[in-house]
Ligand binder design. Structure first.
Ligand code: ADP
Ligand code: MG
Length: 340
């Protein structure tokens, strides 16, 4: 008998998914990307995604406000819609509620969901409610829509592509460390905790990038760069090289890391829940995409490495020299780097 911890979350998905991927009707894409794709006609396809958050596993009830938790539960799903370039349409919530939760707490949780629905044009259309013996369990599913010709996948990266991300990374992971280690609040650590509790899905950016034909592959960074680049590499059957010194980290993360003697770039590379977009662009088109993007969003694109044909092999360089890196991104069933 095999323990789940031996194969990990991704090993398990790999193990059961094969039997469900084959023999799907023409055009339907199942397990393997940020969302399932169900084409409706030549102009429209549905994107479907679902994500579960469990108390003490994905959040600590006394460290996040109900408003933020409601928003975050929906946001993580909107991020998967953004990762493929889609427009969110509707959300569905299944919730297991322990007796300890007060109705007023739930009112605030639902207000968070409502506000985010209003801000993103998402309808809240259903779900399921049940008692939970002990811990709060939240699962939200989201349906999105997209022009099938514009969908960006994990599986279409090509050797020579530049690997880009559209935000700094590690703030959320730094914020989580602050919460777990119960570090005293200051200006910088509070910023990181806020980034952890209140992430933003890059919906407009995702749609914009989806409309650029020269963007080859895209994913949202939910488990961390080091983990999520593997998802692109496996799906696209390519390798990648990441330059550690190019991992963008915020000045707030640097300040906090200086204070506690943490390594900002390591946190940026391996911690999850930043929910920015990672995408690949052929070198010759990068300058055009970058200048148009900056004009549109007034925020930078960061280049962190390159796709190569060294199949499913990830190398790290520091100032051009190859270095060993043994840490792995967060993997829910493996004992290393457990989140909470
Ligand atoms: P994400 O981080 O974007 O939510 P993951 O990398 O966790 O996606 O999941 C990879 C793929 O595996 C996705 O297509 C997802 O739908 C699928 N998947 C994960 N867990 C299950 C499950 N229990 N049943 C079916 N599909 C699953
Ligand atoms: Mg995702």
């Amino acid at each position: 008998m095999t323990n789940l911890s031996e194969i990990g979350e991704f090993g398990l998905i790999e193990r059961f998914s094969q039997q469900f991927i084959k023999d799907l009707p023409e055009g339907i894409t199942g397990i393997g990307d940020d969302c399932a794709i169900i084409p409706l006609n030549h102009e429209k396809a549905l994107l479907v995604t679902t994500d579960m958050l469990i108390e003490d596993r994905h959040f600590l009830l006394n460290k996040i406000t109900p408003h933020n938790l409601g928003q975050k539960s929906l946001m993580v799903n909107l991020s998967d819609i953004a990762a493929m370039g889609g427009d969110p349409h509707s959300a569905y919530l299944s919730i297991g509620i322990p007796a300890k939760l007060k109705v007023e707490w739930l009112d605030k949780f639902f207000l968070g969901i409502k506000e985010l629905c209003l801000n993103t044009g998402t309808y809240f259309l259903g779900g399921d409610t049940t008692k939970s013996p002990d811990r709060l369990v939240i699962n939200i599913g989201v349906i999105g829509t997209i022009n099938p010709l514009k969908i960006k996948k994990r599986s279409t990266a090509l050797p020579g592509d530049i690997i880009c991300i559209n935000d700094t990374v590690g703030d959320s992971g730094g914020g989580l460390k602050i919460l777990i280690d119960e570090k005293p609040p200051d200006k910088y650590s509070s910023f990181l905790v806020q980034r952890h509790n209140c992430p933003r899905a890059h919906i407009e950016e995702g749609k914009w990038l989806a409309h650029r034909e020269t963007v080859n592959a895209m994913i949202d960074v939910s488990d961390g760069i080091e983990s999520d680049i593997h998802r692109i590499m496996e799906s696209s059957a390519v390798g990648a090289e990441i330059e550690i010194s190019k991992i963008p980290v915020s000045k707030e993360l640097i300040k906090v890391c200086e204070k506690y003697n943490w390594n900002a770039r390591e946190i940026g590379l391996t911690s999850g829940e930043d929910y920015c977009l990672m995408f690949t662009v052929p070198e010759e088109y990068f300058n055009d995409i970058e200048s148009e993007y900056v004009k549109e969003f007034k925020t930078p694109i960061y280049t962190i490495g390159k796709i190569n044909d060294n199949q499913e092999n990830l190398t790290f360089t520091q100032n051009g020299e190859i270095i060993e890196f043994t840490e792995h991104g967060f993997d829910h069933f493996k004992s290393k780097n457990e989140k909470v």
